[in-house]
Design a protein around this ligand. Structure first.
Ligand code: MTE
Ligand code: MO
Length: 323
């Protein structure tokens, strides 16, 4: 219960929004297509119309057969605190982000380091579409048709050395483009910028780890992390850093933004696990965005349904301790 764990400002905010989401579900508003704010303000038709189409092939092997969420849901119900804390905020506010031109710095324990244009980074990689499950730590889920390429293919080009045990991903820091980073908003979000996430190198090299540049066959909208974001479908969404400007290979486990803000609530691993609850809510079930009231909550699957592929990465580990 929140009163017992002295939640920070940010966790209060999250708790408030979760309760509101639950309320929405309870009232059946989502069923009526009347999800307030978030989904209605979303769905900017213009985003669909203006974003350039991509050339890609479908990857059935790594795609779920679950029905994808709509374009409106995927681009209108987002977490991207650099643009505000409500689900509709990123779609409404991310127009201030300029994803072109864009550079990415490669640093740390690798033979090839330096700053590269995004064109140089993307050029060698054929794009594919993968329909992935997406599970937020706030116990909601979606199914999203991402376009991108294996993260491993990108990382391998920099020849990480034997000390590269982890990879750190850093989001752009620029309060002019990302108004949620201005100091006056620190109290509201409680997060320290830039947003940083990290993976163990074997997780990053896993064939499911995906470097995302598009969604629904189109260039990634700003609110989804343009021009470059990662997605690890077996982990809670917060592991998937958006609008990445730096990739650093490290010997030590990187500190990640949410774990810094509330280490008892958000761990480094963040593997989807129905048996390890968040201190303030259950992870055993989830609300699937777009499901009607009558559908009820869905059971959460171990590793978000990807256990066959990824469980071996964690064999012998106590997943309650390494949550
Ligand atoms: N830079 C940055 N990356 C971020 C976040 C954020 O606030 N800032 N939110 C994370 C969380 S909690 C989730 S669930 C996913 C949401 O991705 P989506 O909006 O494309 O669904 O992005 C993740 N990456
Ligand atoms: Mo999330």
């Amino acid at each position: 219960m929140p009163s017992l764990i002295r939640p920070s400002e940010i966790t209060n905010e999250r708790f408030f929004r979760m309760r509101r989401d639950l309320l929405v579900q309870t009232l059946g508003l989502a069923a009526a297509g009347a999800l307030p704010g978030a989904l209605r303000a979303a769905a900017p038709e213009s985003a669909e119309a203006t974003s350039a189409t991509l050339k890609y092939t479908r990857n059935a092997k790594y795609s779920t057969t679950d029905k994808p969420n709509t374009f409106a849901e995927v681009t209108g119900y987002n977490n991207f605190y650099e643009f505000g804390v409500d689900k509709a905020d990123p779609a409404a506010n991310a127009g201030t982000l300029h994803p072109h031109p864009w550079n990415v710095t490669i640093a740390g324990e690798a033979d090839v380091t330096g700053t590269f244009t995004i064109e140089d980074l993307l050029k060698p990689h054929p794009l594919e579409e993968r329909i992935y499950r997406h599970r937020c730590v706030e116990a909601w889920s979606m199914v999203i048709p991402w376009v991108g390429f294996p993260l491993a293919d990108l990382l391998a080009r920099f020849k990480p050395n034997s000390r590269a045990k982890y990879v750190e991903f850093t989001t752009l820091l620029d309060p002019k483009q990302m108004p949620g980073q201005s100091p006056s908003l620190l109290a509201q979000t409680g997060l320290h910028w830039p947003y940083v996430e990290g993976l163990r190198i074997d997780e990053a090299m896993h064939p499911l780890a995906f470097m995302v540049v598009g969604v629904y066959g189109r260039v990634l909208p700003n609110q989804n992390g343009a021009p470059l974001r990662v997605h690890l479908p077996w982990k809670y969404g917060f592991k998937s850093g958006k609008s990445i400007v730096k990739i650093r290979f490290t010997e030590r486990q990187p500190a990640n933004t949410w774990a810094i803000s509330a280490p008892n609530e958000y761990g480094f691993y963040a593997n989807v696990n129905p048996k390890v609850d968040h201190p303030r809510w259950t992870q055993a079930t989830e609300r699937h965005i777009g499901d009607g009231f009558l559908a009820g909550r869905r059971p959460t699957l171990m590793f978000n349904g990807y256990a066959d592929q990824v469980a071996s990465l964690y064999s012998g580990m106590d997943l309650r301790r390494y949550f």
